[in-house]
Structure formats: C-alpha cells, structure tokens
Ligand binder design. Sequence first.
Ligand SMILES: Cc1cc2nc3c(=O)[nH]c(=O)nc-3n(C[C@H](O)[C@H](O)[C@H](O)COP(=O)(O)OP(=O)(O)OC[C@H]3O[C@@H](n4cnc5c(N)ncnc54)[C@H](O)[C@@H]3O)c2cc1C
Length: 323
Amino acid sequence: MEQTEKIYDVIVIGAGPGGMTAALYASRSNLSTLLLERGIPGGEMNNTAEVENYPGFKSILGPELAEKMYESAMQFGAEHAYGDVKRIVVDGDYRIVEAGKKSYKARAVIIATGSHHRKLGIPGEDQYNGRGVSYCAVCDGAFFRGKQLAVIGGGDSAVEEGIYLTQFADVNIVHRRDEFRAQKIIQGRAFKNEKISITWDSVVEEIKGDGQKVTGVVIRNKKTNEITEKAVDGVFIYVGILPQSDAFLDLGITDGEGWIITNEHMETAVPGIFAIGDVRQKLLRQITTAVGDGGEAGNRAFAYIEDLHDRLEAAEAAAETVD
Ligand SMILES: Cc1cc2nc3c(=O)[nH]c(=O)nc-3n(C[C@H](O)[C@H](O)[C@H](O)COP(=O)(O)OP(=O)(O)OC[C@H]3O[C@@H](n4cnc5c(N)ncnc54)[C@H](O)[C@@H]3O)c2cc1C
C-alpha cells in the first residue's frame, strides 16, 4: 500500500452535504484538509430531483445544490481526491485512512459516508425512482398534494411517514403481515387517521407507469395469492435504511445496526474520529441536519488539533527540561 507523505490535519470521508460542510469549516480554520470521495461529490443530493427545504433556495435541483456546495467547500484550499475508504487505523496520535492502494495520514478524521435505503428490487422501482417512487416523505411529500399514494412497509418509518403524507394526499399502507411492527402509539394515530387505509398481508410486486411517471401498483395478497392493481400517483418505500459504515465496524464506534454513535459535538468513542450526517445514529436525516453536523465537526476538529499541538509542545518542553 502506498502511503502519501503529507500529513493532513483533517481527512473527511464522503463528499455529501455533511462532508463538504465539514471540509469548508476545517479548511476555513486553516487546517490542511483532504476530502476523500468514491463517487461524484454531492452524495444523495445527486439523486434528488428538486429540493424545496434547504434555506436560501425556494427550490433547487439536487445536483445544482451539490455543485454550489462543492465550490463553497473548496474555496479555502481543501484538497479533493478519489478514494473508496476501506479502513481507519489508529496509530498513536495519527489516524491512517486506507483507500484502495493508497493510505493517508491525518490527525483527525471526519466520517460522512451517509446511508442508503433498502430497495424492494421489483420491476418499475428503479425506472420510476424520482418520478413517483420515493424513499423520503419529508423530501418529496409536498409534490403529491391531492394525490393517491401507496406507502410500503410496516415499521416505525413506514407508519410515521404514512401519517406525515396525509397532510398532502390519501395514503394506502401496504404491509406484508397482518399487524404493524411500529410502536403502538404510532399505530394508534394511523388507525384513527381517515386519510389512511391499510392493505394487510400483501406485497407490491410491480410499480406501473406510463413511461414518464408512476400510475399504479400491482399488489399480491400473500394469503390468497389474489392479484389486484391499484391506481396511485406515488409510491413511498420504507423497508429499511442502512448505514454505510462497514469500513468502520472494527473501531467499535457503532450501535448494533451499524449507525455511528456520537455525542452532540460529533465525537465518537475514538478521540480524533468524528462522524456526521446520515451515517450517525439520529432521528432526522436531511441535508440541513447533515450540514449542521458538518459545521460542528469541522469546528470541533479544529479544537481537537489545537489541544493535540498544546499537548505535544508541553511534552517537548518537559523533555527539554529533563535534558
Ligand atoms: C431520493 C432522495 C431525496 C431526498 N430529498 C431530500 C430533500 O428534498 N431535502 C433534504 O433535506 N434531504 C433530502 N434527502 C436526504 C438527504 O439527501 C440526506 O439526508 C443527505 O444527503 C445526507 O448527507 P450526508 O452527507 O450525511 O450523506 P450522503 O449525501 O449520503 O453522502 C455520503 C457520501 O459518502 C460517500 N461514501 C460512502 N462511503 C464511502 C467510502 N467508504 N469511501 C468514500 N466515500 C464514501 C458516498 O459516495 C456519498 O457521496 C433525500 C434523499 C434521497 C435518497
């Protein structure tokens, strides 16, 4: 493995909104900063057609917001390199970031690798993603005012987001079992909501469309095998969300599901390793919250490195006194 010579103050892993904000804050504080990304900078914003809940813009295309954030993040001298990070090794006061054939050395690392939604893997899901198929009610619900929606799933997210969507649309929750896994209090709210109907014991086998947008779903009842087709304008899928944290599991900083645990300063259990954005154990996963985390982590990384320098200087001074 080729180790680069430069020692960075901070390496940020992942160039979504969280990572780009962390790089902005760190480099603006004069820290030498490297942003490592395995794809195109922008993260999930690149998969978002329109963003209507990022302050400063009434509406903006996701990739356009990504480009603006990238320009912002790079303006104070942060470096950007391609890298698919596989491991972080703790070596005294240094953190070694291994990405493919290269490894990079830093004093602090900020993990900003995001999460991904589990897919159903059915026909029409990819074809109509962003054109009626969505994994985020807060992001896309407002596009469906007065429409008919199917929500797929039976856990907390599916039922809670189903309730949220009723402020815009009529919602049919399709669930493969005869009862929800969601907390009872959330279930109670759903049962009382007149805009929610429930299709029990059923799975969606196909998402239909007219080539441009979603027009319906094909539903199979698991008990009777009866197939029905239901006209809907949108399908919200909540069958699980997974953290992109495989590369960091051996650091012991994750919970049982792989979400990285931090305190409110984005510090993990390992000093000098921070985590931000969607990969973190938290409730609201949005661009605004990722950006907020990024600012906090960039700032705390600066404080951490100042402390580190103070400690090293004090140790050197103590050694000189002994000499
Ligand atoms: C379809 C869709 C629509 C959405 N719409 C909205 C919306 O309208 N408004 C809103 O606020 N939020 C929206 N969201 C949510 C929002 O996009 C996320 O909350 C936000 O992008 C999270 O930012 P992040 O920086 O934590 O992670 P991400 O944006 O997921 O970025 C993580 C980055 O890390 C990189 N990466 C991952 N692993 C590695 C690795 N091992 N090595 C190197 N790089 C790695 C990835 O390639 C990616 O670029 C939407 C999400 C989706 C999926």
